[in-house]
Design a protein around this ligand. Structure first.
Ligand SMILES: NC(=O)c1ccc[n+]([C@@H]2O[C@H](COP(=O)([O-])OP(=O)(O)OC[C@H]3O[C@@H](n4cnc5c(N)ncnc54)[C@H](O)[C@@H]3O)[C@@H](O)[C@H]2O)c1
Length: 388
């Protein structure tokens, strides 16, 4: 394909939104793509103000994403978007993603990809029928030391995996319900917009995705207990899940958004027959390696003897923090490589071309996880097979 920046459109992410601006920084970080169009908000004034702040051509700032899909698809090839980024609340993902896939655009969508497993599977079919790429931004998989952990597992350095313990602990729900920051993210407490799950769909699926990315283990069945500790919103704000993986490894996943003092405490511990690994999202540039003699080694991003996959994911040397924007940017970089391969005719036609980024298969598995957890929590039987 011609040597040029890729052209992106964004749906959601208007002034005041949380994750849209993070995507914009990440997608432009390596100067390989830029935002040229968008429908940034349901509020027309905010959409216009957001477009102006990004110095966009007003002709390419839309009040409605359907009009955007139609008008952008009709543009000549040298102006047309290559992909769109969907950073709207959960209930809108299915409609917006299917509209843009059907108009021929590759799609990036934030998690959860849909409200139900059925919708996620339908998106998988639509992406496949249209041979469109579909990235889901489970961005923690983009950190260099997560890639190091994955390579260590792949190369057998840990031996056989015995147990994975993953916690994703936050504390913002009581804060919001007490009134501080009230109004923001009100949609997260509305099941029509958020879905049937609050915490498992919001952060439990990040934890599930991280386990799968690093270990490739597949959940066979699980047993879950969920709680709505804080009255008034009706959805679960805490969940504990016991996991049996295919092949005999065991797992424990804890997700909560009600815990005093917690910020964004995603911590994964993986123990094999030879070694253990511990990675903490709040100190993402370190990976603790433990051995059977109880000798601990701390590996640092940019340090010696790391796998190429980890080194390729950093932008700065050791001791200079890269951070979450770079982790997001690593997903985008892999996504762009796949787009360019497809545009250059190097990807097979049909199916869903992919690369080292979470894709719609992760979205389907994530929604299967959410639904199985809710089913188990509501059932007397408890141990439920997970079927995607
Ligand atoms: N990957 C991550 O780590 C991560 C982090 C935070 C949020 N998220 C996900 O990103 C999504 C957005 O979350 P947020 O916290 O940024 O929400 P937010 O409420 O801060 O922002 C949502 C934006 O979408 C706009 N919007 C809503 N409906 C729209 C429509 N039909 N057309 C155009 N714009 C529309 C709103 O006006 C707002 O600008 C959610 O699905 C959330 O789960 C992912």
């Amino acid at each position: 394909m011609e040597n040029r920046k890729l052209r992106a459109g964004m749906i959601g992410g208007g002034i005041g939104a949380f994750i849209g601006p993070v995507h914009r920084m990440a997608l432009e970080l390596d100067h390989s793509a830029e935002i040229v169009a968008g429908a940034f908000s349901r509020d027309s004034k905010k959409t216009e103000a957001s477009g102006a702040r990004l110095y966009l051509d007003p002709q390419r700032v839309y009040h409605d994403y359907r009009a955007m899909a139609e008008r952008e698809a009709a543009l000549p090839e040298d102006r047309r978007l290559d992909f769109v980024v969907i950073v709207t609340p959960n209930s809108t993902h299915f409609e917006i993603a299917s509209t843009f896939l059907q108009h021929g655009f590759h799609v990036v969508c934030d998690k959860p990809v849909a409200l139900t497993l059925e919708e996620a599977k339908s998106l998988q079919s639509i992406a496949s029928e249209n041979s469109r790429l579909f990235m889901i931004t489970h961005a923690y998989t983009g950190y260099p030391m997560v890639k190091q952990a994955r390579q260590m597992v792949r190369n057998g350095e840990l031996g056989d995996i015995l147990k994975v313990v993953v916690d994703y602990l936050q504390g913002w729900v009581p804060f919001r319900l007490q009134g501080a920051g009230k109004g923001e993210k009100g949609w997260k407490f509305d099941p029509k917009v958020s879905g049937k799950s609050l915490t498992i769909a919001d952060i439990g699926i990040h934890a599930e995705n991280l386990v799968h990315y690093i270990t490739a283990l597949e959940i066979e069945e699980l047993c879950a207990d969920t709680t709505s500790f804080l009255a008034g919103h009706g959805l679960e704000d805490d969940g504990s899940v016991l996991i049996r993986f295919r092949g005999g490894s065991k797992g424990v996943l804890s997700a909560s958004q009600t815990l005093a003092g917690e910020h964004n405490g995603l911590v994964i511990r993986i123990y094999g027959t030879k070694k253990g690994l511990i990675w903490k999202q709040e100190q993402p540039e370190e990976l603790l390696v433990r051995d059977l003699n109880r000798i601990d080694t701390v590996l640092h991003k940019g340090g010696p003897d790391l796998y190429e996959e980890a080194n390729a994911a950093k932008r700065l040397p050791s001791g200079h923090p890269d951070g979450l924007i770079v982790a997001f940017a690593n997903l985008y970089r892999a996504f762009y490589q796949s787009i360019r391969r497809q545009q250059g005719g190097e990807e097979p036609s049909g199916g869903i071309p992919s690369g080292d980024f979470p894709n719609i298969a992760d979205g389907v598995r994530g929604m299967a996880f959410v639904e199985t957890v809710l089913q188990s929590a509501a059932s007397e039987k408890k141990w439920i097979k997970m079927k995607a």
